[in-house]
Ligand binder design. Structure first.
Ligand code: F6P
Length: 548
């Protein structure tokens, strides 16, 4: 496999970046009055505006060349064709098959593994999930004491938590009714404590969500929740109050959950790509089967778009290439995710796992050390809150941070009059980052306000905004199931595009193993800690915990 850095487009991009370096975003906009039109792309009614990045036609042309030279077409064909592209675990990555049955207008793609269509098993499981959710939502399925289920507690971590939690909050406007949803992930007993403190056992249904059903944190929380419930309602009640979502039927049975209340998915669904599977049960319970299918439909439409649209119009391709541009050619090490939508407050955390667990890799698919940077640090929070926290650094810090703004046009809250303010702030931030405020403008303003010459001279550098800071805006018409599904799928495929350029496997996560092993060893007291730092802290822990 040719190294990406040896590809001719990579070399051309490096030369091109060196030439482009001095050109500001203000100059790009001044040179091209149609820059917004020329540097934006549409998928249905979702708009990707990438005009506020330091790119030109030449940049984009070279980036598309890079994608082609990196084998994006063959990689996409393998992904959609069910090849075992997760080569360290010998598995396909076919999460797209989970949304195909819901594609609007019957326009779902077909998915097979080793020539066997996976559609029928996916549809069967989806039907089972939806039937169960209907029973619970309509009150046909009741708790052990005959009360209706009103509270769902999802116990899971990582991909078995972040996706469903993101969507349930993201679709707050679709939930309505009387169902309360909680997510317990942290092994810190405080998390379970917090949720059980507001739970009525008679009305609570626990979903133990774990692909492997061996994840230590989830098992500890599930056992504690089970003990709590059995203590309140008796052991026999566990049957009506616990369901499982997993690929591991033996472990589910051993835990004591009735296999009839187990919902399945498959090893070809990666944890961080699993919200579309039975892991989404909490979502279906919250918004109902119909809206869950709309969520799947939005993602299925993006799958088709990613598979078929030409590179220059392909939103995930453009997003992935912009990330490569910033990371590898502009040397920028982090990326901020800024949803101007409170209901998407969990998006940065969700994308941290999606991007950093997928592309935080240091060896190639073949196991050779990479000689180029891979995943940036992903961080952020919902606007406008971030403006009063870290935007100072975005505007005036020593290193630019490419930002993704996610805006919605129509509001669904009970206070729609505030939406204009929210939207205006999002737009203002991206414009301020791009165009800044020059020292001349700052000085002139202060002089006009009557400041002394000394004050003007002293304060001008502090009050100047350099601008020229890149950002991309995704505009959704509204935050509803279809568009949220589409948004998440756009990012999933973006991650795949970047991984393809970097020649890394985005579907494994060996980097999480060592810490798990070491924690287990410490817990079991095996061998004792080898280093003085761990030993010192352990000794302090022991002495503190024995204190009254
Ligand atoms: O910590 C790594 C990880 O394996 C994630 O990839 C996964 O989403 C999470 O743990 C939870 O795993 P499981 O669903 O098997 O409990």
């Amino acid at each position: 496999m040719t190294k990406p850095t040896d590809l001719s487009a990579w070399k051309s991009l490096a030369d091109h970046q060196a030439r482009l370096k001095g050109t500001t975003l203000a100059a790009h906009f001044a040179a091209d009055p149609a820059r917004f039109r020329n540097f934006s792309a549409k998928f249905g009614d979702i708009v990707l505006d990438y005009s506020k990045n330091g790119v030109t036609d030449v940049t984009m042309g070279l980036l598309f060349d890079l994608a082609r030279e990196s084998g994006i077409d063959a990689a996409r064909a393998k992904l959609f064709g069910g090849d075992r592209i997760n080569n360290t675990e010998g598995r396909p990555a076919l999460h797209m098959a989970l949304r195909a049955p819901a594609a609007h207008g019957g326009k779902g793609l077909d998915f097979a593994i080793d020539g066997k269509d996976v559609g029928p098993q996916v549809e069967r499981e989806l039907d089972l999930l939806c039937d169960f959710a209907d029973e619970v939502r309509m009150g046909a399925f009741k708790g052990a004491t005959g009360k209706r289920i009103r509270h769902i507690v999802n116990i899971g971590i990582g991909g078995s938590d972040l996706g469903p939690a993101l969507i349930v909050d993201g679709l707050r406007a679709d939930i309505g009714g009387k169902m309360q949803l909680d997510f317990v992930s942290n092994v810190d007993g405080a998390h379970l404590d917090l949720v059980l403190g507001r739970a009525n056992p008679e009305k609570t249904l626990f979903i133990v969500a774990s692909k492997t059903f061996t994840t230590a944190e989830t098992m500890a929380n599930a056992k504690a929740a089970r003990k709590w419930l059995a203590g309140k309602l008796g052991e026999a009640a566990v049957d009506r109050h616990f369901v499982a979502v997993s690929t591991n039927i033996e472990a589910v049975t051993a835990f004591g959950i009735n296999p009839e209340r187990m919902f399945r998915f498959w090893d070809w669904v990666g944890g961080r790509y699993s919200l579309w599977s039975a892991i989404g049960l909490s979502i279906i319970l919250a918004v109902g089967p119909h809206k869950f299918r709309d969520l799947l439909a939005g993602a299925a439409a993006v799958d088709r778009h990613f598979a078929e649209a030409p590179l220059s119009q392909n939103l995930p391709v453009i997003l992935g290439l912009l990330q490569v541009w910033h990371r590898n050619f502009c040397g920028l090490g982090s990326q901020a995710i800024l949803p101007y939508a409170q209901d998407l407050w969990r998006l940065p955390a969700y994308l941290q796992q999606l991007e950093m667990e997928s592309n935080g890799k240091r060896v190639t698919r073949e196991g050779q050390p990479v000689g180029w940077q891979t995943s940036p640090v992903i961080w952020g929070q919902a606007g406008t809150n971030g403006q009063h926290a870290f935007h100072q650094m975005l505007h005036q810090g020593s290193e630019p941070v490419p930002c993704d703004f996610i805006l919605t046009a129509r509001d669904r809250s009970a206070f729609p009059e505030q939406h204009q303010m929210l939207f205006a702030n999002g737009l203002a931030q991206s414009a301020a980052l791009a165009f800044g405020k020059s020292a001349e403008a700052v000085s002139a303003e202060m002089k006009a306000a009557g400041k002394s010459a000394a004050d003007v001279a002293f304060l001008t550098p502090h009050r100047t905004f350099p601008g020229n800071r890149p950002s991309t805006t995704l505009l959704l018409p509204v935050l509803d199931p279809y568009h949220l599904g589409a948004l998440i799928a756009l990012y999933e495929h973006k991650v795949f595009v970047a991984a393809t350029i970097w020649n890394i496997n985005p579907f494994d996560q060996w980097g999480v193993e060592l810490g798990k092993e070491m924690a287990n060893a410490l817990l079991a007291g095996q061998g004792g800690p080898a280093d003085s730092s761990t030993a010192g802290l352990m000794a302090l822990y022991d002495s503190y915990t024995h204190r009254k």
